[in-house]
Design a protein around this ligand. Structure first.
Ligand code: 13P
Length: 249
């Protein structure tokens, strides 16, 4: 059976308390025309509590990162337990911006994902190649290697979501061809089945990188694309809601 798609907004380092107006607007748009997908917003840590309290049943709230430990002397860090305590249901781990800005390795990402699973939350594990890696013809090999090391042993379709985000497509307005996307998502699916058996068919594999209301329908229609991870176009309710049209009749 095909998994229920997930459309997730990653607000990155954007959003103040006043931005809750966008959440409220999105809630109304979804109530008026419910899409056939799960909807998630991952705001900055400062808004996770307020958004969880306000989002209602139709929109899930998640964090953008967490520490691998539950608590301790780690100034400035946030644990999965803390996110859960604020109402988060999901945590993104291993986003390419974390890997680049904070030197996160596959082993660190796996430890974070394990911490997410230990709290009973869902980990969204990200992977994606830089442009030079794609140009060298090694995109699939690179992403499969990242995922082999970043996805924990205890991953199941219920507790883990995969997100393929080519670095060169993030915030650039560029996207893979549907052919390249089909090849990558097919390769990720095959690797999941090889590692987890039939359960591998149940994992959701999201695509992220310059998804917008204009291209979502085509991108989301590609085989083994089970939703999207959206940056810039998730900040405004109207833009994000337009992407959801890919999952409305
Ligand atoms: P954009 O949608 O802004 O390209 O960002 C994608 C992304 O990094 C989501 O995690």
């Amino acid at each position: 059976m095909k998994p229920m798609p997930l459309v997730a907004g990653n607000w990155k380092m954007n959003g103040l308390r006043a931005s809750q107006a966008e959440l409220d607007a999105l809630k109304h748009m979804i109530a008026e025309a419910p899409p056939q997908c799960e909807v998630l917003i991952c705001p900055p840590f400062t808004l996770v509590g307020a958004f969880s309290a306000a989002s209602g049943e139709t929109i899930g709230i998640g964090g953008q990162d967490c520490h691998a430990k539950v608590s301790g002397a780690h100034t400035g860090d946030i644990s999965a337990a803390m996110l859960k305590d604020c109402g988060a249901k999901y945590v993104i781990v291993g986003h390419s911006e974390r890997r680049a800005d904070h030197g996160e390795t596959d082993d660190m990402v796996r430890a974070k994902a394990e911490a997410v699973l230990a709290e009973g939350l869902v980990a969204i594990v990200c992977a994606g190649e830089r442009e030079d890696v794609r140009d060298a013809g090694k995109a699939c090999e690179h992403v499969l290697s990242q995922l082999a090391s970043s996805v924990p042993e205890g991953a199941t379709p219920e507790n883990t979501v995969i997100a393929y985000e080519p670095v060169w497509a993030i915030g650039t307005g560029r996207t893979p061809t549907t052919g390249n996307l089909e090849e990558m998502h097919g390769a990720i699916r095959a690797a999941l089945v090889e590692r987890f058996g039939a359960a591998g068919n149940g994992f959701r594999i999201l695509y992220g990188g310059s998804v917008n209301a204009g291209n979502a329908r085509d991108l989301m229609a590609v085989a083994n694309v089970d939703g999207g991870l959206v940056g810039g176009a998730s900040l405004k309710a109207a833009d994000f809601n337009g992407i959801m049209d890919a999952y409305r009749g």
